[in-house]
Design a protein. Sequence first.
Length: 349
Amino acid sequence: MTETPRVLPETPGAVPADLLSDLLASMHLSGVVLFSTEFHEPWGLVSPPACDLSRMLPFRTEHIIPFHIVAEGGCWLELKGHPPAWLEAGDAVLLPYGDVHVLRGREAASPAPATELLPPPPWPDILRVRHGGDGARTRIVCGFVQCDELLFHPLLRHLPALMHAGPRRNPDAEWLASTIRHTAQEACGADPGARSMLPRLTELMFVEILRRHMQALAADEVGWFAAANDPIVGSALKCLHRAPLDDWSVARLARQVGVSRTALGGRFRHFLAMPPMRYLTSWRLHLAAQRLKTTDAPLKGIADETGYESEAAFSRAFKRHFGVAPAEWRRRQGQADTALPGGGAGTTL
């Protein structure tokens, strides 16, 4: 029988941890709008995997999340393993894994490869693309959210392949609907300041869709988002995120949350497929990766800050977790920052 005892409140005077913000900050998100497309019936196009697009555009990382916003008209989105989704004006879709997908109008048409519709770079800030026949018009804004390469997978591992938001699906989400409309208007127009506005709008849209997904999860879901919602694991995660460098043990964490060590370990394994201390190690290494990317601090100092007794021990743990040594990770990040998308604008969230 699973133990579900009461959970103690947070320590008086402590600053509550915002788990979603912590995780998003570790990913260094940046939004980019690249295309304002105009399709006329009959039309269709097939979008390649996001990793292929990232190499062609290019982005600073191959980990990009495509999104589409329907500004006018409507279209079908087809994704393998999912029923076709009808998108209409005001709708936005995210494809967290960047899977191949088809966009098409109401009338039958052979989908053209999206890459064949693009002229050779360099491009303007927003590339305007027209495709199809002479029939009814649909306008779609296409862009991407970029994420740091090695900090990408923990967030996306349990997300659905297609996330669909809009007035019909989220009737109580007026703020989200307004952000989607505003993003479409900025991308389709030519108002001053659009290049600065659009990245921020797309990032806000992305975070709000994630937040609503997190709030709507069923009780039987697993993964990081479901863990953050759980009264036991969510409280434990807040403790670890609030003070990641404290001298934590399973016993101390269980006392802080108000459950037994057995109950705490079982809930962590259920939601995250790992024990609490392995999660803490992973989070500390993510924080170290942020320090490597954003500062010139020596490895020895970062090792000390992360709780390792020596630089060698830190380097071994970092390479075991990320597959690359800390110095090489830092070098690659410096190179990646010089390869921003041609014509796109991005800001760090």
